[in-house]
Design a protein around this ligand. Structure first.
Ligand SMILES: Nc1ncnc2c1ncn2[C@@H]1O[C@H](COP(=O)(O)OP(=O)(O)OP(=O)(O)O)[C@@H](O)[C@H]1O
Ligand SMILES: [Mg+2]
Length: 257
């Protein structure tokens, strides 16, 4: 970990409150009765086996999918009935497990699109520029996004969510598909977002080293429920968490390189 100390600020006024959230697809109950909170400048990890419902949770929080029941509040403001675009304007912004870029467009056109999507009140172009510099994207602004290596496409996706000026960032597997040496760029992104935007960040990840580095607090989803929640090191030591998830995951991460 570098300069920024990432701390759990859950004692602050909650930024994101989730009450008894449920999502079903027909007869398939993906999750049920999920309740948790996240504070400003907090990084909350969410882990769970494949198919546990992590991406669906992000889809429901961001408004891309309607919840079956339950309530979501952003800054004490109920947003559960708002569509995706309206939530984004309030600063609820998600990234994608794969990428969220427009492949045929240039890097700068992608960034302009993201800016147009933003709430505009919180945008931080200086921060976005410094991220572009650190990621090696500043001299590629005219390149079609599709020509960038996969790692850079993912980093562009992160700058695109950054430039909208999020209040709550929902990151779906930011490290997936990245080489080990690229993964540290995700840490840098998270530190910058905390420092400059003071947002709350929910990170879904299978990379346990990253989860340990970035997330002081952790939720484990399993079988549609919160199996464990609390201090990350404590949670990762619990027998039920190891049995439900950890053995399988470390293998999967190794296989992915
Ligand atoms: N649009 C949909 N319609 C029907 N079922 C869906 C839909 N989206 C997801 N599911 C199902 O919901 C469950 C949870 O999927 P989800 O993608 O949220 O898992 P995940 O925890 O993100 O998994 P992974 O770690 O593999 O990314 C799975 O059984 C999946 O097949
Ligand atoms: Mg997923």
């Amino acid at each position: 970990m570098s300069t920024t100390e990432i701390t759990s600020d859950s004692s602050d006024k909650p930024l994101l409150e989730v009450h008894q959230l449920a999502k079903a697809f027909g007869n398939l109950n993906v999750f049920d009765n999920l309740s948790f909170q996240m504070g400003p400048r907090e990084v909350l990890g969410v882990i769970g086996p494949n198919g546990a419902g992590k991406t669906t949770l992000i889809n429901v929080l961001s408004g891309q999918l309607a919840a079956s029941s339950g309530t979501v509040l952003l800054d004490r403001d109920p947003i559960s009935r708002l569509p995706f675009h309206a939530r984004a304007r309030k600063g609820m912004i998600r990234s994608f497990q794969h990428t969220n870029i427009f492949s045929e467009e240039s890097v700068s056109e992608n960034l302009s699109r993201a800016k147009r999507f933003s709430s505009s009140t919180h945008t931080d172009e200086d921060g976005a520029r410094s991220l572009l510099d650190s990621f090696g994207l500043s001299d590629k602004l005219d390149h079609p996004a599709v020509d960038l290596p996969y790692g850079l496409q993912k980093m562009l996706g992160l700058v695109m969510v950054y430039i909208t000026g999020p209040r709550v960032l929902l990151l779906d597997e930011p490290a997936a598909g990245l080489e080990s040496r690229e993964r540290i760029l995700v840490d840098q992104f998270v530190e910058t977002a905390l420092d400059r935007l003071s947002c709350g960040i929910l990170i879904v990840e299978h990379d346990m080293d990253m989860v340990r580095r970035l997330c002081p607090r952790l939720i484990v989803l399993d079988d549609g429920q919160i199996l464990a929640e609390g201090d990350t090191a404590d949670v990762l030591r619990r027998r039920e968490v190891i049995e439900a998830y950890l053995g399988v995951t470390e293998e999967k991460t190794d296989a992915e390189g």
